[in-house]
Design a protein around this ligand. Structure first.
Ligand code: NDP
Length: 380
């Protein structure tokens, strides 16, 4: 369906998107996916990691079994496809409807969590209602820090749903290209490989998520609910959709450059996040073979954290560009993800800076003096 048709009559376009594949069936598929992931998360083994210390001096504990959950899910889908019960192109064939259904689910869930948050009598930092008095703001940002459902930490779980959803969408689109053309293009192969590594690595290091901004600082409202399971999977996969309908003749030299950009970005992203996480777990950890240098006993100045205050953002931005370079430069559409991430991380760096400055006061000033660069050394 074209954008002009959607913009001319959005309600009719919405009904057309939903009609052919039956809203009930799709809702069942999405809820089934959530149910399977919740079940796998509950029964499969995984390390239990203590989360950050909250304002009320409590900590949540996270069972990090995303990787086994993903592998069992993929294996199960593989068996279902082989047996002919599941079509490998089901998501690629019904992407618009899936996206719309998931979006509606997010709206319902955010309203439910808003009401539940307002009614909460809990005094704990995680569950007490952080009400601003502005209904829209409360709905958008959420009112509870860590709401749960039947013992499931919803915020941690939701990121898992989105990251796995992203991989499943990519794989389904790849399957469609393979069935249509009899092979995968070089561009599609590169995109699938990079994203596959990124998602597998995410789950391999899932415990690092427990010290990130989203988990420790952001409440769980529509912004995260929608962002995790609609925005991430459906827009981060735009390149795959685009490659399905556009053939790009990428030269071997361009492919090599593309791989190098990915590897550099990935190394910086992974190592910087790892260094901070290890430091939080054990301030005496060795960074690049030497004891971690610390300011005020709390801020790491070794490794990437001594080069720029947010080198991890630089790595992520490079990786994001590497996800798009194989699409060439004939259209800005495949560059949506890196452009969005660039803006998001510049904004987030400012918010994080303000948070850290308030929290660490003089120590933060000292850190800024020692490490003057925000993201990109000698430039920004
Ligand atoms: P960070 O992982 O950088 O976490 C920031 C926090 O780390 C600060 O609030 C502070 O928390 C602590 N901190 C900052 N500097 C230091 C230091 N020198 N020593 C010790 N602790 C420090 O930020 P995010 O959670 O935003 O990002 C995590 C990763 O996720 C990044 O790589 C980012 O690129 C990625 N990301 C990806 C997105 C995507 O859409 N692809 C979206 C958002 C993030 P404290 O108060 O606990 O010390």
């Amino acid at each position: 369906m074209s954008w002009s048709v959607i913009l001319a009559d959005p309600v009719r376009a919405l009904m057309e998107l939903i009609e052919p594949f039956k809203l009930g069936v799709l809702t069942g598929v999405v809820l089934g996916y959530l149910g399977v992931l919740a079940l796998l998360g509950a029964i499969l083994p995984g390390r239990t990691i203590a989360g950050a210390l909250l304002a009320d001096k409590t900590r949540l504990h996270y069972k990090c079994n995303g990787l086994p959950s993903l592998l069992v899910l993929i294996a199960g889908l593989g068996v279902g496809i082989k047996a002919g019960y599941i079509s490998p192109t089901v998501i690629a064939d019904h992407g618009g409807q899936m996206c719309t259904t998931t979006f509606m689910l997010c709206v319902v869930m955010s309203l439910w969590l808003l009401v539940r948050g307002y009614l909460s009598k809990s005094k704990s930092e995680s569950l007490k209602p952080h009400v601003t008095g502005n209904l829209i703001e409360d709905w958008w940002f959420g009112v509870q820090l860590n709401p749960d459902f039947l013992g499931l930490d919803l915020k941690f779980f939701w990121i898992r749903v989105g990251m796995m959803g992203w991989l499943l969408i990519n794989l389904s689109v790849a399957a469609k290209q393979y069935i249509n053309q009899g092979s995968l293009s070089l561009s599609m192969t590169l995109f699938q490989t990079f994203c596959g590594i990124y998602v597998l690595d995410y789950f391999w290091h899932e415990e690092y998520m427990t010290s990130t901004w989203d988990i420790i600082a952001e409440k769980f409202g529509f912004m995260l609910i929608f962002g995790d399971v609609v925005f991430i999977p459906f827009t981060f996969s735009i390149q795959a959709w685009w490659l399905l309908s556009h053939s790009v003749a990428i030269t071997p030299a361009a492919a090599v450059v593309n791989v190098l950009v990915f590897l550099c970005g990935f190394a910086v992203f992974r190592e910087a996040n790892k260094q901070k996480h290890m430091f939080k777990q054990d301030p005496k950890v060795l960074i690049w073979g030497e004891p971690a240098k610390v300011i005020g006993g709390r801020l790491l100045v070794s490794g990437f954290w001594g080069i720029a205050r947010h080198c991890n953002y630089l790595g992520d931005i490079l990786v994001a560009f590497s996800f798009s370079l194989m699409c060439g430069v004939s259209s800005p559409v495949p560059y949506f993800y890196p452009s969005y991430l660039f803006i998001l991380l510049l904004w987030r760096e400012r918010r994080d800076e303000a948070k850290c400055s308030t929290k660490y006061k003089e120590i933060w000033k000292e850190y800024c003096k020692a490490v003057p660069w925000r993201i990109l050394p000698y430039i920004y």
